[in-house]
Design a protein around this ligand. Sequence first.
Ligand code: PSV
Ligand code: MN
Length: 393
Amino acid sequence: MTQLETPTRERVKQTLRAQRIETPSWAYANSGTRFKVFPQEGVPRNPYEKIADAGVVHRLTGVAPTVALHIPWDRVDDYADLASHAADQGVALGAINSNVFQDNDYRLGSVTNPDPGVRRKAIDHLLECVDIMDATGSRDLKLWFSDGTNYPGQDDFRNRQDRLAAALRETYDRLGDDQRMLLEYKLFEPAFYTTDVPDWGTAYAHCLELGPKAQVVIDTGHHAPGTNIEFIVAFLLRAGKLGAFDFNSRFYADDDLMVGAADPFQLFRIMYEIVRGDALRPEAGIAFMLDQCHNIEPKIPAIIRSVLNVQEATAKALLVDADALAAAQQAGDVLGANAVLMDAYHTDVRPLLAELRADLGLDPDPMAAYTRSGYFEKIRAERVGGQQAGWGA
Ligand code: PSV
Ligand code: MN
């Protein structure tokens, strides 16, 4: 490894101290594919236990201070009590994810369903999520709609867009001054012919029409193979319309594997655009969230690994020599410009990150620290009986 100059190391560490990565409550729970859910020992049985696990991830990594909830999977009687439990665990409640995709009524869609009664039910759920945000102090409402069609002629595209716009407007108007709506797109699944919010352009157009409190979420697993995601990042950031990421990685479709596992270079390119847009600062308002499912690997270590992967990609992005890159680009030096980026990507930042953690009073190796902590043995012994949480629970 080339030795990094002290000012560079200090600059990068300083910026990394402010990084915030949000973990998803559902990643701590059981999940699977449509073929099988493999239960694991020690899995949380309720939202309180999921939040306890998120607290462990934050204590070990120092950069995961919030946990996203999914409603109704994390429905509780008293959200203020859940928020105070989170504070006891050293974390706060983050984005509220709505869920209008698991009820029998939503067979033909939720907010775009041809039946006005079903649309009303779906919108009421979105409004309930804003009530929950009021109680938890959450800033962000994350919306993902599985709505779409399976067959040509099944429903009218334009009517569905009108219904979508009306539902978004009603929800938008319910938001408080400090609250935001984050609209997520996805190319396909569960709908296979059309999806009502299939891509960033559709999400962007709706957000533009709604106003400044509506922004786009990029879930890295929600694109056609080969899509240049970093271009989308650059475009939306420049337009002031990037609100959040759902990080994960994919080999084929919406695989929900650990971020940075399938394509660490893509994650670096995305984080470079974030650095280029000066959007790493918490004040820039980009929520860096994970949206993953750990079907066969142990969950808490997988989430720690994912947080570290984002941190490593960020450190590499911060090492790009901006002046040298600009000079090469201006001079039309194609290979020189590419080399500046690749030099940063090929730097081994693990020693720098270990040093950062030591500065913060953390164990330099969070994965090993988790194994040594005995936390898994504790939850395995304690969390017996009851219903393990999972998708839909
Ligand atoms: C949809 O595939 C999605 O990415 C949305 O964010 C959902 O809320 C989440 O997955 C559920 O796992
Ligand atoms: Mn997602």
